[in-house]
Design a protein around this ligand. Structure first.
Ligand code: GDP
Length: 326
């Protein structure tokens, strides 16, 4: 299929063409990479008109159940919903987080939804880049609520927070214990916290967890954007707490638009995307160069054997870069 045809199809909202566009974005072939840049240039002007929501939480917290139900809730409200994922383990498994077809069955069948499993790639940076680009393609195809899911391990939360407008952390009702294990950094990234599975017998525990989390939040420093992180009780299974969550999202976007943080955040994200692409490109170039590989091995050995400092060795590597980029 020609690029023009894919662009036209995507802009007309065709899911088939959107899937093609994303396949092109995810391809590792050099030729496809060039094509995907052309494609992205053509569709970027039509992107951006969406709410980008990041969702994280440990495996088993109920993310996919929640996203399926809340996705359908958003569709009821008139949104077109796309679900993307960043899965650090996909580097090994080739994309597992949404790979299981039984997940989000109802949502995936809905004509107002588009679900794409995590891209695979050698590095988290690479996977994140493909997800960002897929997000742009989804927006150009008219999807105006983008949910980006990640498992709460490793650096993937940071990668997701760097591509969304609002970041949601799901916790379990027994959070008192769980909070000990939650990295402070993840709490700091979170704009909204949900205590999920908060139905029936879990309700009392969930209320207790909510106040514990609120206390923990008070220990964090004041945010520049003036937002107070709400803690909301939800149940993806019983479709409970969705109105509260949605109201918080609306309130968050209202505040961010009023205080200009929305635009500023997107602008700084776009700059950081550009630099991460440049960084990745440079690293890839360095590591795929045979001559450079010898120099790198040699330099690394010098550091390990303490024959040279990391600083002087970095200089040697930098001096050799001109051979690659000439
Ligand atoms: P994920 O690993 O975070 O995506 O979690 P899943 O959505 O796959 O859910 C993990 C398990 O928790 C499954 O057995 C679900 O049926 C169950 N579960 C999901 N959401 C809820 C909920 O709101 N309440 C209860 N009680 N169980 C849930």
């Amino acid at each position: 299929m020609q690029i023009d045809e894919i662009v036209k199809g995507v802009l007309s909202g065709s899911r088939r063409h959107l899937a093609k566009a994303i396949t092109l974005i995810e391809s590792r072939r050099e030729e496809d990479f060039r094509k995907s840049l052309k494609l992205l240039d053509a569709i970027v002007p039509y992107s951006g008109n969406s709410i980008r929501i990041g969702i994280t939480g440990t495996p088993g917290v109920g993310k996919s159940t929640f996203i399926e139900s809340f996705g359908l809730y958003l569709i009821d409200k008139g949104y077109k919903v796309a679900v993307l994922a960043i899965d650090p383990s996909s580097q090994k498994t080739g994309g597992s987080i949404l790979g299981d077809k039984t997940r989000m069955e109802e949502l995936s069948r809905h004509e107002m939804a588009f679900i794409r499993p995590s891209a695979s790639g050698k590095t988290l940076g690479g996977v994140a880049r493909k997800t960002r680009e897929s997000m742009i393609a989804c927006e150009a195809a008219g999807y105006n609520a983008i949910l980006v899911e990640t498992v709460g391990v490793g650096q993937s939360e940071v990668a997701v927070a760097d591509m969304v407008d609002v970041f949601t952390l799901l916790l379990l009702p027994n959070s008192g214990d769980e909070l000990q294990g939650i990295k402070r950094g993840v709490m700091e990234l979170s704009d909204i916290i949900l205590v999920n599975k908060a139905e029936d017998d879990n309700l009392d525990k969930a209320k207790l967890a909510k106040s514990q989390i609120e206390n923990a939040l008070m220990m964090l420093s004041q945010r520049d954007d003036g937002w107070n992180v709400p803690v909301i009780l939800t149940s993806g299974l019983k479709k409970f707490g969705f109105d509260d969550y949605f109201a918080s999202l609306v309130e968050f976007f209202d505040l961010m638009r009023k205080n200009d943080f929305f635009q500023k955040k997107r602008q700084s994200q776009y700059l950081s995307w550009m630099w991460s692409m440049v960084d990745d490109y440079i690293k890839e170039k360095i590591h795929s160069d045979k001559h450079m590989k010898e120099i790198i091995d040699n330099c690394q050995e010098k550091i390990v054997l303490k024959e040279a400092s990391p600083f002087s060795v970095a200089e040697i590597l930098i001096d050799n870069l001109k051979n690659i980029f000439e």
